[in-house]
Design a protein around this ligand. Structure first.
Ligand code: ATP
Length: 307
């Protein structure tokens, strides 16, 4: 199936002469949740703005649903919903009014059934007659999503959907995003919260200094780059690691009470069995053990540093 968004050889140089994007190539698959990660100033907003037709590219092409974003702007833009980072809605307008108005901006005929569905999906139905000013921050965010969905887009961009939102609301937002995906909407989100990408994304793209440095299926990424650690809680404290255990490059910590072994999940032999045998031979006993896997955050930080 062709991608719903295709970005090829895209570069952007601002009027200041600053090159914010450098030869970006990226395809977004229909129906996926794609998380775009990158440090401050990496170029995420610039990329989204170009795909949404808000900013112009200096070089390259973008198609949305097969429509060229500059030559067939209206067709391309009608497929896109954008939820910007900043909340800006008419404070004294009702929820129903503001969401219906957004649909009108796209030249779509009135469709109260669709607006009702969107408000119900976002748990805003009982607030439909409330003025925006009377809503909580979380509800206002959902109104922004409802506005972006009012014209039945196929792709939804969420720019930092949970920035500054409490834990409970974040989880609620994740639920909303999953429901949208299940209804067939493709979702591209930018986030500074790596756990959000880890939780939500089917694929992850990392952008740094205007370049895409990685695009990968999340599960593959975690498996490919993921290292594991085995931590052993020792029965008796030791002063030093016996020379016989040197090949394992163990770390001794917590005042000589813990040993950590790093291993690679990709290789056939992790070395754990022989390590446990050699520990026994060295007279080191342990009372408990645990394994942990490096998180997407560890992977992200090491990628950006390397770049
Ligand atoms: P953040 O996570 O902080 O929102 P971002 O990844 O979205 O960052 P962008 O807003 O795309 O980054 O900015 C990328 C780079 O382009 C930054 O160095 C920024 O200063 C620069 N930039 C953005 N807009 C303009 C502009 N209008 N004129 C000149 N430079 C700009």
């Amino acid at each position: 199936m062709p991608s719903i968004i295709s970005v090829s050889n895209l570069s952007k140089t601002y009027g200041t002469g600053f090159k914010a994007l450098n030869n970006i190539n990226l395809d977004i698959e229909r129906g996926e949740i794609f998380a775009l990660l990158g440090p401050n100033g990496a170029g995420k907003t610039t990329l989204i703005s170009i795909i949404c037709g808000i900013a112009n590219a200096s070089e390259g092409h973008v198609t949305v649903g097969g429509h060229d974003i500059s030559r067939q702007y209206r067709d391309a833009r009608s497929l896109i919903g954008l939820v910007p980072q900043e909340l800006h809605t008419d404070a004294f307008e009702s929820v129903w009014g503001t969401v219906s108005f957004s649909r009108g901006l796209f030249g779509k005929p009135k469709n109260p059934t669709h607006i009702e569905k969107v408000l119900k999906d976002l748990s805003l139905w009982d607030k439909k007659d409330s003025k925006i000013v009377t809503l909580s921050g979380g509800m206002k965010r959902r109104v922004m999503i409802a506005k972006a969905l009012s014209h039945e887009p196929k792709v939804l961009f969420l720019d930092e959907p949970t920035a500054g939102v409490d834990v409970e609301l974040r989880k609620g937002m994740w639920e909303v995003v999953r429901t949208l995906q299940a209804s067939g909407v493709t979702i591209i989100l930018t986030t500074h919260y790596i756990d959000e990408a880890e939780e939500m994304a089917d694929r992850v793209g990392v952008i740094n200094k205007g370049e895409i440095i990685l695009v990968e299926d999340k599960a593959n990424l975690m498996q490919k780059l993921g290292k594991k650690q085995l931590k052993l809680h020792l029965q008796c404290q030791i002063d030093a690691i016996p020379p016989a255990l040197a090949p394992y490059h163990l770390e001794l910590s917590n005042g000589g009470c813990e040993l950590t072994y790093h291993y690679d999940t990709r290789v056939e032999r992790t070395g754990i069995t022989s390590l446990l045998g050699d520990l026994r031979n060295a007279g080191i006993r342990f009372s408990d053990l645990e394994t942990t896997q490096s998180s997407l955050e560890d992977i992200f930080v090491s990628l950006v540093r390397r770049n």
